[in-house]
Each structure stands twice: as structure tokens, then as C-alpha cells.
Design a protein around this ligand. Structure first.
Ligand SMILES: Nc1ncnc2c1ncn2[C@@H]1O[C@H](COP(=O)(O)OP(=O)(O)OP(=O)(O)O)[C@@H](O)[C@H]1O
Length: 332
């Protein structure tokens, strides 16, 4: 099967005009411009199959938004190639935008002063959606995203959570089968984040929408992504299922033991290092490949009076932070 989205050695360089400080610098800049270049993407390649949900993550400045803008046909690549359903997003922009929906968490695509419903109507005209189809899709999105109460309100009056739900609806009014979400949960409160995640999950599972999501919120990744691509300094550093990444980067598990009485002394217990101790609780760090958890638990329970015992995995945040540190991928 050929890939739905194919990105091959994509490069993008921004040119930034520079000037010396002060009035003198501004004047000098009028006739002699100096430029500095930033290599935002230095050869990014990946493919996506239809119906996949991919998380694109990486530190600030890694090149995530640039990738989304290139995929959406907003920017022209400097090198490499993007093919989405056989099309070049930039060269065939008009046909391309009819197939995709894009949400930028940091920016609105709706009209700031217009009521939400008028903005939706304008998008219907722009995308030339059939009137009956439009009504059906709009009503469905309004219900799913709980937008009834805000349809008559100008976008500028909406809370961030309301606006983000309206943005997602706006991006889907023309029923695209590909959705690009650039930080869709940024700044949202917990219930709004859950609502956005739930909606995205359903769009992907029930409608088969292909989703590419950038985020700094690892709970988004944990809740949604089957696969992650990690970018750093404009390059792909990893492309892997989330669980495989966890196993490769931070395979350890933690056994948290609450003792009935005073916990035993020492830096080890049952041959396993003690990572932390607090009150009657000890945390042991172990590699499940080498030490089966059941053995460890049995040995401790046989030798000590234990009140509770549980196994924890490192959080996805810890896994990703470790990955960035191992790859020197901190902020560009
Ligand atoms: N319009 C622009 N003009 C000049 N440089 C830019 C422009 N947009 C992005 N850059 C630079 O390109 C690099 C990649 O930026 P990009 O916004 O793609 O990163 P990101 O991974 O989305 O970051 P963040 O997580 O902070 O949103 C950065 O060094 C950034 O400063």
C-alpha cells in the first residue's frame, strides 16, 4: 500500500532580516539589509498510512509547526518532497485544502468579530460545501463539541476552551479526511482538554480521519497517539510506537512498597536498589526483563510485613525528558 502522506527529506530555511539597534541601525538597514538564516528543517522524512494518529513532538523550536505548515500547503519547502494522496500540498493548494482540516492552537482561523455561526457559514462558502451536507455536518459538530451556547457570540468573546472547540468544528465543516492539529490543547483546562482528546479520538476511530498532532502535553500523546515522531533541531530523532519508545528509553519499573512497620535499612532490598524512601514506604527500581515483578514481590512479602505493594511505570514525561537529554535535543 502506498502511503497516504509521504514526506521525503524535507528542508526549510527561514531568512530573518537583521538590523543594528537604534535609529542609526534602522536607517542603515534601509539600504543595506543583513540576513541571518535559520535551518528549521534539515531533512525530515516519514510516512503515514490512512487512518493513523501520529504525535509529532519535540522541544521548542524543533520544527514541528514548520512541518505542519508545509504539510498544510501554507509554506513552500526549500528542498525535499511532500506527497499527500498523490498531491503536492503547495503546488496544488486549492485541491489540497479541500481534503485537510488544520487547527493552530495559538491562532484563530475564525473571524474575530463575527459570531461563530457566521464564521461557519463563511467557511461553507469558501469550501463550497453543499447546503444540506453543511447543515448536517455543522449540527453534528455543534452537538459533539458542545457549541450550542456560543454560536451567536463573536469569537473574540469566547473563552480559550470554547474557541478551541469552535476552531476544531471550523476545521471539520468540509469533512476533510486529514486533520492537522498544532498544539490543540495548549492553555486549556482539564475538562476542555479531555473534551478535545475525546473528540479527536472519535474522529480518528469512528470516521477514520488521519490525524497528525503536535503537542507538548504528554497526556495528549498517552491518550491519543499510537505512534510518535520526535524531532530535534529539524531532524527526526525517533519514529516509533509509544510503548516501544518507553521500553527503549526507560524500561525500568518501580515497585512501591508500604511496610506495616519500620522498613528495612540499606540501599538495597531483595537485591534491588532502593530509589527513594519516605516514612514506611520504599520505592525500588528494577528492570522487568531481568527481575520478574512477581519474584520480587514474593521475596519481599515472604521476608517482611507489607501493607500494600504496587508497580509503577515511569511517566511518559520522564521517558521523553530522558530521550531529549540522551539526544542533546534541548531547545534550539
Ligand atoms: N516565520 C519564521 N521566520 C523565521 N524563523 C522562524 C519562523 N518560524 C519559525 N522559525 C524558526 O524555525 C525554527 C523552528 O520553529 P517551529 O515553530 O517550527 O518550531 P516548533 O517545534 O513548532 O516550536 P514550539 O514547540 O516552540 O512551537 C525555530 O528556530 C524558529 O525560531
Amino acid at each position: 500500500m502506498t502511503a497516504h502522506i509521504h514526506v521525503d527529506r524535507l528542508t526549510k530555511v527561514y531568512r530573518i532580516a537583521e538590523r543594528d539597534p537604534g535609529l542609526r541601525g534602522a536607517l542603515r538597514g534601509l539600504w543595506r539589509r543583513r540576513y541571518r538564516t535559520v535551518e528549521a528543517l534539515a531533512g525530515v522524512s516519514f510516512s503515514l498510512q490512512r487512518g493513523e494518529l501520529l504525535g509529532l513532538i519535540g522541544p521548542n523550536g524543533a520544527g514541528k509547526s514548520t512541518t505542519v505548515k508545509l504539510l498544510a500547503g501554507i509554506l513552500r519547502p526549500d528542498g525535499g518532497r511532500i506527497t499527500i494522496d498523490g498531491r503536492d500540498p503547495f503546488a496544488e493548494r486549492e485541491a489540497h485544502v479541500g481534503r485537510i482540516g488544520v487547527v493552530f492552537g495559538q491562532r484563530t482561523q475564525l473571524w474575530w468579530d463575527l459570531p461563530v455561526e457566521d464564521g461557519f457559514d463563511l467557511l461553507r462558502d469558501i469550501y463550497r460545501v453543499d447546503a444540506a451536507d453543511y447543515r448536517r455536518t455543522r449540527d453534528e459538530l455543534v452537538a459533539l463539541l458542545n457549541l450550542e451556547g456560543v454560536l451567536g457570540q463573536p469569537v473574540r468573546q469566547l473563552s480559550l476552551g470554547q474557541r478551541m472547540r469552535a476552531e476544531i468544528a471550523a476545521a471539520l465543516l468540509h469533512r476533510p479526511d486529514i486533520l492537522f492539529l498544532d498544539e490543540p490543547t495548549i492553555g486549556l483546562d482539564a475538562p476542555s482538554k479531555l473534551a478535545v482528546r475525546d473528540f479527536v479520538r472519535r474522529a480518528n476511530r469512528e470516521r477514520g480521519t488521519t490525524v497528525l498532532l503536535t503537542t507538548h502535553d504528554m497526556h495528549d500523546i498517552e491518550a491519543l497517539a499510537q505512534r510518535v515522531i520526535i524531532v530535534g533541531h529539524g531532524r527526526v530523532l525517533a519514529d516509533s510506537p509509544v510503548e516501544a519508545l518507553r521500553r527503549q528509553v526507560l524500561a525500568e519499573r518501580r515497585l512501591v512498597v508500604d511496610f506495616a512497620g519500620t522498613p528495612p535499612d540499606g540501599t538495597e532490598l531483595a537485591g534491588t536498589p532502593v530509589a527513594a524512601r519516605e516514612g514506611r514506604t520504599l520505592v525500588l527500581r528494577f528492570d522487568p526483563q531481568q527481575t520478574p515483578a512477581a519474584d520480587l514481590i514474593a521475596r519481599i512479602a515472604a521476608a517482611h510485613a507489607v501493607e500494600d505493594i504496587r508497580i509503577e511505570s515511569p511517566s511518559i514525561e520522564e521517558v521523553i525528558a530522558r530521550f531529549y537529554a540522551l539526544h542533546g535535543a534541548a531547545e534550539a
